[in-house]
Design a protein around this ligand. Structure first.
Ligand SMILES: [Zn+2]
Length: 800
């Protein structure tokens, strides 16, 4: 069909669709003891979130659609639907899910912004999805396009490889969530009907035939519960529980090592984990499944006690994109996938709805304002997949990723933020997040309007006006954030150092309020009438955070937090771009000020620290230096360079500045390009050839060939010695010490081998030094012959 006539056709369909708008909106969260106030009833009008939600609508969602078009993600549906010819044209079989996530996000966004063009684009995408669905409801473009040439992850039979990597059920989970969001936003059943047809097939296949294939990447559980919520069809709930209960006999990687009710530790892939726990909470809320609740409680405790980053990020390792050993929380190698932070918000919100305790909202708030928000640039068009806590300049945001789960997750998460602010149970209204808003809450048989005025997160003064439709007595529960009552996290993983901790205050209509503290909330029971005003003041001094000494990476280090915001030092704000050498002792005075010009307006922390410098004799000295810290979420918006969240509190934990060396002053180039080139002359000597805390340069995946790296000097220079420290990551890795190496110098246009005294050594775990007959050269080259079946790498190359 021609695009123009197709759009016309879609438009007619759009106009004719019967509107069921919001008819069953509340049922998306079925049967939780506490009900969220849906984001459709909450209007954010602040300077922090409102511009981000607008940017998500105007920049992020259009980019995601454009990139999906460019990368073949949309075309896959068109080919499967036989309106285009060709073979599967994107990288992964789970790429279908990005389209669903974008539709979900765009649907949410359409409830805030009127945008007929976007609405029409969704109709078009949904039309293609409908065409791609097989007659019996099966929907998975990779198989439908050509079942004889599928991706290697896909089984010959439907579903059979889902426990591994086919992602058939994963795609569908996102489809169901998108379908519910689209129906809620537009009242159109187009995508909902596709989802129902699919879910009926999955039900008949799995429950009808008792298929044993558990979802390899969880999310369908959450999607099915939403589908149950809006349709009232119990079989979708039954199917969600089935998908959870068939997990066993598999790997920790996707939480299938034991039945879910026997799990008590947080392990494996972090996104899969949080999605699964969210699904368990959903099912437990409806069925009252105590075994699920018990397991979730234990797993949550394990996360908070041993595996939670101070930024709220989760997942310490890239190998499994997930959790490592207890207390293993490396900073430069942190994974903290953006999707995992989003999943952590989903999970913790459900834990709050189940239990009504503020500690879950504390975790949600920490993840939201720090690790999650770091995942998208201020401009809305660049993204982080991992969100590290330390950088030497090797990290940069990307426009998009081959695996694009994170940007499409940002698309759908940002517009839903207003839905996390308020909640209510049968008797009380909860204020969970402090964000300037106007909300209309249908509660306890009448309507209550709540107007929140605040500059949070920069200021802890919050004014809440309560306008009930009639004079009414009910409790208002104000969350007292953990950070305001001296608790970093509800465990001993982190603690605030003993800085001043002024108490919070609450007044009602100008008079100190009577309240009780319950589950982390200040609960005010009052007979409310229109115009009543609560004033909550949460003082926001800068606080120093220290980690449990079992966290090796944070030993003798300190982080800064103010309100919910965790800070970092970044290169553009600090002298000569160096921050890793800074020492912040416990007596340093810390000042704050708001800079409206910087990074869209941020509160900065300034003070005086000490800079560690190594001396010629190998000792260290320090000099005083001003420093500026910015909110962590705002880093990497001004180019790449040094950044760190955890600053040294003792000289021994700092990376000292070095005196410039010949290598340090040279221009580096190599046969493999990349930022890691800068690591070879940074004067950081590793503790061994497999030290993963020190940056290295490598030629992987090249093997069995000659590669090189080169220093170009400013002027002709006399050189007579070279030392190199090889990277070798052992049996688990792809790099080994090289087969051979040699040094060449540049004479005219020619490279001439130097005349060495002795032999070139090739040893692990030490510097390999060779002296040679002095030459005067403009450039020196290190030439490496890679082993036959492995690559090689270098930590440091020193020349004298
Ligand atoms: Zn992701």
């Amino acid at each position: 069909m021609e695009t123009k006539s197709f759009l016309k056709f879609i438009f007619i369909i759009a106009v004719c669709t019967i509107s069921l708008k919001f008819a069953h909106a509340q049922q998306v969260w079925p049967s939780y003891p506490i009900a969220p106030v849906l984001f459709t009833s909450v209007h954010i009008n602040d300077d922090f979130w409102a511009p981000r939600i607008r940017k998500n609508h105007e920049v992020t969602i259009p980019i995601a659609i454009q990139k999906s078009r460019e990368t073949g993600r949309i075309k896959n549906f068109m080919i499967a639907g036989k309106v285009e010819k060709g073979s599967f044209c994107s990288l992964y079989p789970f790429d279908d899910s990005d389209i669903y996530k974008i539709i979900e996000g765009a649907s949410f966004s359409l409830q805030t912004f009127s945008d007929p063009n976007l609405s029409l684009t969704l109709d078009t995408l949904i039309y293609y999805i409908g065409l791609a669905q097989e007659p019996d409801g099966y929907l998975y473009t990779n198989r439908t396009i050509d079942s004889t040439h599928m991706h290697e992850w896909v089984g010959k039979k439907r579903w059979e490889k889902d426990p591994a990597l086919s992602h058939e059920l994963y795609n569908l989970g996102h489809l169901y969530e998108a379908a519910v969001a689209h129906w809620q936003a537009t009242g159109k059943r187009s995508l909902l009907d596709i989802a129902i047809k699919s879910a009926n097939l999955v039900y008949n296949d799995f429950i009808g035939k008792q298929l044993p294939y558990y979802p390899g990447h969880q999310v369908i559980e959450m999607g099915l519960v939403k589908l149950y919520g809006v349709t009232g069809e119990k079989k979708y709930l039954e199917l969600a529980q089935y998908m959870l209960d068939i997990r066993h006999g598999g790997e920790e990687y996707n939480q299938a090592q034991t039945p879910v009710v026997a799990q008590d530790k947080i392990v494996g892939h972090a996104v899969r984990a949080t999605y699964m726990y969210s699904g368990m909470a959903d099912v437990a809320a409806i069925t009252g499944n105590q075994a699920y609740n018990d397991a979730l409680g234990k797993i949550w405790d394990d996360l908070l006690k041993t595996k939670y980053y101070v930024t709220g990020g989760i997942g310490s390792g890239g190998d499994n994109e997930g959790f490592g050993e207890p207390y293993y929380l490396p900073n430069m190698l942190a994974y903290c996938e953006t999707c995992a932070s989003i999943g952590n918000v989903y999970w913790n919100y459900r834990m709050f709805l189940l239990h009504g305790e503020s500690k879950y909202m504390d975790v949600l708030e920490r993840s939201l304002y720090n690790a999650l928000l770091s995942g998208v640039s201020l401009s809305g068009d660049h993204f982080f997949y991992p969100n590290v806590l330390e950088s030497r300049g090797q990290h940069e945001r990307s426009e998009w990723f081959g695996c694009a789960c994170c940007p499409s997750n940002v698309c759908r998460f940002i517009p839903s933020i207003p839905g996390y602010i308020y909640a209510h149970d049968k008797s009380a209204i909860y204020l969970n997040l402090y964000i300037q808003t106007k909300a209309d809450i249908d509660f306890n048989g009448s309507k209550t309007q709540i107007i929140q005025t605040t500059d949070y997160p920069w200021n802890g003064k919050i004014s809440v006006t309560i306008n009930p439709s009639e004079i009414k007595e009910f409790p208002v529960a104000l969350r007292i954030p953990g950070w305001a009552s001296g608790q970093v996290v509800p465990s001993d993983l982190y603690h605030f150092l003993p800085d001043a901790n002024p108490p919070f205050t609450i007044a009602v209509n100008g008079v100190p309020a009577k309240y009780i503290l319950k589950n982390g909330y200040a609960v005010i029971n009052n007979s409310w009438e229109t115009g009543d005003k609560i004033e909550l003041n949460l003082p926001m001094p800068v606080k120093r955070v220290a980690a449990n000494p079992l966290v090796v990476a944070d030993r003798d280090k300190v982080a800064l937090q103010r309100g919910p915001i965790v800070y970092c030092l970044e290169w553009p704000d600090n002298k000569d771009g160096h921050v890793l050498s800074l020492i912040l002792d416990s007596t340093a005075k810390l000042n704050t000020s708001f800079n409206p010009q910087l990074l869209n307006g941020v509160e900065i922390i300034t003070g005086k620290g000490d800079v560690a410098i190594s001396t010629a004799k190998g000792n260290q000295t320090t000099v005083k230096q001003d420093f500026t810290a910015i909110p962590y979420y705002a880093w990497a918006n001004r180019g790449s360079g040094e950044m760190q969240v955890w600053m040294a509190s003792k000289a021994s934990a700092a990376h000292p500045l070095h005196k410039p060396t010949l290598a340090g002053k040279s221009k580096i180039s190599g046969s493999a390009t990349g930022k890691a080139l800068a690591s070879v002359n940074d004067q950081e000597i590793p503790s061994s050839s497999s030290d993963h805390d020190i940056l290295y340069y490598h030629w992987w995946p090249e093997t069995n060939c000659i590669e090189w790296i080169q220093y170009d000097f400013d002027a002709k220079t006399l050189v007579s010695e070279s030392s190199v420290y090889w990277f070798d990551d052992g049996p688990s890795g792809g790099c080994r010490i090289p087969q051979s190496w040699r040094i060449l110098y540049k004479s005219g246009d020619k490279w001439i081998p130097v005349k060495v005294a002795g032999n070139y050594t090739i040893s692990k775990d030490e510097l390999n030094t060779i002296k040679f007959k002095a030459v005067t050269a403009k450039a020196l080259r290190l030439e490496v012959t890679l082993p036959p079946a492995f690559s090689s790498g270098i930590y440091e190359w020193i020349v004298k």
